[in-house]
Design a protein around this ligand. Structure first.
Ligand SMILES: Cc1ncc(C[n+]2csc(CCOP(=O)(O)OP(=O)(O)O)c2C)c(N)n1
Ligand code: SF4
Length: 308
């Protein structure tokens, strides 16, 4: 708005439900006789409510501007009353996993083994797109395991045996654990294979820590969740951890063997996000130095007190 109409007076609403109608009325009154335009994405919800409150205003032209993001050009067009269809965007490059991303190694194997991959949300969702095209579906955050069990239960045996649930470490902690519990409780006849893609960070949303990294949000040391122990307690028969980047053949063998068994198998594919690796090493080094310092201090104190 500010870029498209620097001369305009703008009332920016921070909270829109309930609508601060008095604030809007006061603003409209201040500019009586002037053009009052409501700029909002998606449905004309603000404009309709403002009109319903008896305030004269213009809303964006439907349906062109009802869909998609409102960038500066589109806002300029709304202001100018330009009702022409949106120009065809220049063909872009599809988003891709970083070069050297550990998820690449995981999906290369799952593709080679022709698995039916029940996916989840994170950087690795990009494996659904060409050229990798190795994730068959993604429903919502935390659904990989539950949906995978569903497929294991409804597909003919031959196909059910190919289903693998793939979930990121942060997503697993956020809402994947319940799926493990369900797998152990309502165990499919063909068993199931779950792969946790443990890149030691929440990569997609900006490298946040989570209970599986062993660090708090400020990167100081924290209790580290043991995925294998959770799986065991949920009733899983087999638990493995492998660095799929350093040992792709071993990862492949583990997935292959797990698919052949009618058992519940968890494979933790553990290799750090290449983009976060430098920071992870620095955080762990700082943690190690802090821990060593704390230990030296408590030893010195104990010696001073004669308790050492
Ligand atoms: C319900 C819900 N909450 C939050 C998000 C935002 N979100 C997208 S990806 C993601 C985390 C992904 O982390 P991880 O599973 O570790 O995969 P990575 O990106 O590290 O490969 C989050 C929180 C979302 N998509 N859905
Ligand atoms: S940010 Fe990390 S996890 Fe995400 S695509 Fe890049 S290397 Fe892979």
């Amino acid at each position: 708005m500010r870029e498209a109409a620097p001369e305009a007076s703008i009332l920016k609403l921070g909270m829109t439900y309930p609508l601060p109608m008095q604030l809007i009325k006061d603003f409209a009154k201040k500019f009586e006789g002037k053009r009052l335009l409501v700029i909002e994405e998606n449905d004309p919800w603000l404009a309709e409510n403002i009109k319903a409150a008896g305030i004269q205003c213009e809303s964006k032209f439907d349906p062109i501007f009802r869909f998609g993001e409102l960038d500066v050009n589109r806002v300029r067009r709304i202001i100018a009353g330009d009702r022409n269809p949106d120009p065809v965007p220049v063909k872009g490059k599809p988003p891709m996993l970083c070069p050297g991303c550990p998820h690449r190694s995981s999906f290369a194997v799952l593709k080679e083994l022709d698995c039916i991959v029940s996916g989840d949300i994170g950087c690795y969702t990009l494996a659904a797109l060409p050229p990798i095209s190795a994730m068959d579906y993604m429903i919502d955050m935390g659904a990989a395991i539950g949906m995978g069990i569903g497929l294991r239960n409804v597909l003919p045996r031959e196909q059910a045996k190919k289903v693998v649930s793939v979930i990121g470490d942060s997503t697993f902690v956020h809402s994947g654990i319940t799926g493990l519990v369900e797998a152990g409780y309502n165990r499919p006849d063909t068993g199931h294979v779950v792969v946790i893609l443990d890149n030691s960070i929440t990569a997609m949303t900006g490298q946040q820590e989570h209970p599986g990294t062993g660090r708090h949000l400020d990167h100081s040391p924290a209790y580290k969740l043991d995925y294998g122990a959770i799986a065991k307690t949920a009733g899983f028969d087999n638990v493995y951890e492998v660095n799929q980047v350093k040992e792709p053949e071993k990862f492949k063998e583990l997935v292959k063997e797990a698919l052949e068994k009618d058992e519940l198998t968890l494979i933790v594919a553990k290799s750090p996000c290449i983009l976060a690796l430098k920071s992870i090493l620095a955080w762990d080094k700082a943690n190690k130095e802090k821990a060593e310092k704390a230990l030296a201090e408590s030893e010195a104190a104990a010696k001073k007190n004669g308790n050492f």
